[in-house]
Design a protein around this ligand. Structure first.
Ligand code: PLP
Length: 400
């Protein structure tokens, strides 16, 4: 019979996957659900990228590739990092994997030992703490505040570092906050990091191009070039190019760490799909018109959602500078009662109430390590978003 390993007991299935499953179930049972849980673009993968994949299949690019990716893809990744951040990486400083998610997992697996601490500012992407636990490290959660825009401050970083700290995970633009660290803020964090040579930074930049500030989110690797060898930049094509199902992510960093990731990759999946690699190379190398067209669409949805939420008493949206999420403070709803006399004790209750009462699916802040909040995704059409916000207003209006 099935006997789970100890490491399985340390982790749980991703809450976002669980939310998606709940929405599917309710829909299958015939309920109309306004789904704001999705963590993927509603756009289709651009035609040009699909054509590149089809051409690769026809050309027989259907075999194993090098563990660290095809030379063409590595070249395209280097070009993209040079274009967005002005950083020159060598070929040996690049690797690829089945999504940014797999690359992050392998990076932690390659470096985290029992007793190592990994600093994770909250609110955080749901997978970081469990990935650390799966690799027998200890996630150390550092809560952030509204005053700093839900970003880690240099004082907090200094106070959190101990001699067990191996990594700081920085995610900018952040999921779920949409917060972008400015170059000045990164520079101030770099000053602290210079005093602690044992700490490396996993810089998750998967949303870097989905930025409403007019330029891509800055990277610590570019802001503090002297720390470059301690920064692992992780990114991918899922979000920027609407390619979640292609499963292609990448990392750039110190060649010794990249080599270690390659060793693990050689014993896990050998390499990501050759076809996805061809598509990703086309995405990163060709004209960047899809990003230029999609970002203003996300921005318009963000503005509509923020305006709608701001008019609702008891909820406070945090205006995101990037990504496609809104993290909504719902402290004003806690303690109030629903029409059927249940008291909303926490953000999980708020989420369940919105789902039950008006069929709006969002994800509770507790999944992201900071409560009471809920996360709305605006990677869905504007009609669904406005209808859902109206429904939230109605549900909140029915509370006592
Ligand atoms: N990092 C963050 C912050 C994310 O939100 C996601 C996806 O939801 C990922 C990484 C992983 O994306 P992928 O594995 O599709 O590249």
């Amino acid at each position: 019979s099935f006997r789970p390993a100890a490491r399985l007991g340390r982790i749980k299935p991703s809450p976002s996957t669980a939310a998606a499953a709940r929405v599917r179930e309710l829909k299958a049972a015939g309920r109309r659900i306004l789904d704001l849980t999705v963590g993927e673009p509603d756009f289709d993968t651009p035609e040009r990228i699909k054509e590149a994949a089809i051409a690769a299949i026809r050309a027989g690019e259907t075999k194993y590739t090098p563990v660290n990716g095809t030379p063409r893809l590595r070249q395209a990744i280097r070009g993209s990092l040079q274009r967005t951040h002005g950083i020159e990486y060598s070929d040996a400083e690049i690797t690829v994997g089945g999504g940014g998610k797999q690359v992050i997992f392998l990076a932690l697996m390659a470096t985290v030992d029992v007793g190592d601490d990994v600093l994770i500012p909250a609110p955080y992407w749901v997978s970081y703490p469990d990935m650390v636990r799966a690799n027998e490290g200890t996630p150390v959660i550092v809560p952030t505040t509204a005053e700093s825009g839900y970003k880690l401050t240099p004082e907090q970083l200094e106070a959190a570092i101990t001699d067990r700290t191996t990594w700081l995970i920085l995610n900018s633009p952040g999921n779920p906050s949409g917060a972008i660290y400015t170059a000045e803020e990164l520079s101030a964090l770099a000053d602290v990091l210079r005093r602690h040579p044992g700490v490396s930074v996993l810089s998750d930049e998967i949303y870097s191009e989905i930025s409403f500030t007019g330029s891509p989110a800055p990277s610590l690797a570019a802001v503090a070039p002297d720390l470059r060898h301690r920064v692992l930049v992780v990114s991918g094509v899922s979000k920027s190019y609407a390619m979640t199902g292609w499963r292609l992510g990448y990392a750039a960093g110190d060649s010794a760490l990249i080599g270690a990731i390659n060793t693990l990759q050689s014993q896990t999946s050998s390499c990501p799909s050759s076809i996805s690699q061809a598509a990703a190379a086309a995405a990163l190398q060709g004209p960047q018109d899809f990003i230029a067209e999609s970002v203003p669409v996300y921005r318009a949805r963000r503005d509509a959602a923020v305006a709608g939420l701001a008019a609702i008493d008891g909820v406070t949206p945090l205006v995101p500078d990037g990504a496609f999420y809104l993290y909504v403070d719902c402290a004003g709803l806690i303690g109030r009662s629903t029409p059927d006399d249940r008291i909303l004790e926490n953000d999980q209750d708020v989420t369940l109430y919105l789902l039950d009462h008006v069929g709006v699916a969002v994800i509770q802040g507790s999944a992201y390590g900071q409560s009471p909040f809920f996360r709305i995704s605006f990677a869905t059409d504007i009609d669904t978003i406005t209808e859902a916000i109206d429904a939230i207003a109605e549900a909140v209006g029915a509370l006592r």
